[in-house]
Design a protein around this ligand. Structure first.
Ligand SMILES: C[C@@](CO)(OP(=O)(O)O)[C@H](O)COP(=O)(O)OP(=O)(O)OC[C@H]1O[C@@H](n2ccc(N)nc2=O)[C@H](O)[C@@H]1O
Ligand SMILES: Nc1ncnc2c1ncn2[C@@H]1O[C@H](COP(=O)(O)OP(=O)(O)O)[C@@H](O)[C@H]1O
Length: 291
């Protein structure tokens, strides 16, 4: 029996750059939610630590000697004073370097999985400082629960209660490096978004989010004009309530009234794009055993 964890995609429903730290990292305000689209990580005990990659998006990582999963595993082993061991399989479904935090989700899934597999049982609260060392997006991926991100990304507070809604994700299959997009950003800083405690339905959520933005979107379009085509494609879908880029791109999302409508809408997008339709995940990905 193998242990397994899902690593769901993070989607930034808005992303305001509110300041800059002395070390060049940006201060952010973002509402992050999690989609049903996910990578998958499995583990079997025995032998030294190894990682095997498969899945439709694995090719983009074949030349990656220091996969975030292995970095997370080594960091946890060192912090816990145990020998890193066992065989890991990563099934890569989420496009790499695409603004939906696939690598961060994989790193967070590795921390959760190996916390159980190695009998540590630290839980996500004690794993959080390790997550922050692995990347700005890894802390929010640890619980994979909708949250308001502050600071450089790791200061997490409650998200508004989310309504049932549909979500479409689309990526033009052009990788975008996060540092390059931050560097290309022009203009000053935005205020933090003002959001309610809860939304009654997807239309109300889209109306409020329309008053916010993604401060990296214009820079990403300059570096990768295909982002504008994806946004136009999403906005042309019947039932689209709001379309915007996620994170540093190039993946864009669209909100719909319900998951079934989103699933059907995604199928109408160009087949040359990576596309997915469904709903938000309920919260933390549930650990499970796989055959
Ligand atoms: C922009 C966001 C929004 O959620 O998402 P993605 O586009 O990566 O999905 C994240 O802040 C990305 O988080 P992550 O990808 O973990 O970033 P890191 O590895 O920590 O940093 C990569 C680089 O991005 C820039 N960076 C990142 C976070 C931040 N708050 N300010 C920054 O300026 C820095 O140039 C840094 O060297
Ligand atoms: N398991 C992994 N999945 C994705 N990217 C990884 C992984 N391990 C290392 N990386 C590196 O991390 C970078 C950021 O990846 P990713 O999290 O997919 O991007 P983003 O944060 O923009 O969504 C990639 O360019 C890749 O070089």
């Amino acid at each position: 029996m193998a242990l397994a964890e899902a690593a769901p995609a993070k989607v930034n429903l808005h992303l305001h750059v509110v300041g800059c730290r002395a070390d060049g990292y940006h201060l952010l305000d973002s509402l992050a939610v999690f989609a049903g689209a996910a990578d998958r990580l499995r583990y079997r005990p025995g032998g030294p630590l190894t990682l095997h990659l498969d899945g439709p998006e694995a090719g983009a990582l074949s030349a990656e000697p220091d996969n975030l999963v292995l970095r997370a595993a080594r960091l946890l082993a060192e912090a816990a004073g145990v020998a890193p061991q066992g065989r890991l399989w990563l099934t890569k479904v989420l496009p790499v370097a695409s603004g939906i935090g696939g690598g961060s989700a994989d790193a967070a899934a590795a921390l959760r999985l190996l916390d159980r597999a190695w009998g540590l049982h630290w839980g996500t609260r004690r794993l959080a400082p390790l997550a922050a060392q692995l990347g700005a997006d890894v802390p929010v991926c640890l619980d994979s629960r909708a949250a308001r991100m502050g600071g450089v990304g790791g200061t997490l507070t409650d998200a508004p209660a989310l309504p049932a809604a549909g979500l479409v994700l689309a990526n033009p299959r052009v990788p975008l490096a996060t540092p390059a997009v931050f560097r290309a950003r022009e203009g000053g800083f935005s205020p933090e978004a003002s959001l309610p405690a809860a939304w009654a339905d997807a239309a109300a959520m889209a109306r409020d989010l329309a008053r916010c933005g993604n401060d990296l979107e214009a820079a990403a379009i300059r570096l990768c004009p295909a982002v504008a085509e994806v946004l136009a494609g999403l906005r042309g879908l019947e039932g689209c309530l709001l379309a915007r880029m996620s994170g540093s791109g190039a993946t864009c999302f669209a909100l719909f009234a319900d998951p079934r409508g989103a699933e059907m809408a995604a199928a109408r997008l160009p087949a040359t794009w990576w596309r997915w339709g469904g709903g938000f995940t309920e919260g933390a990905s549930k650990p499970y055993s796989a055959p």
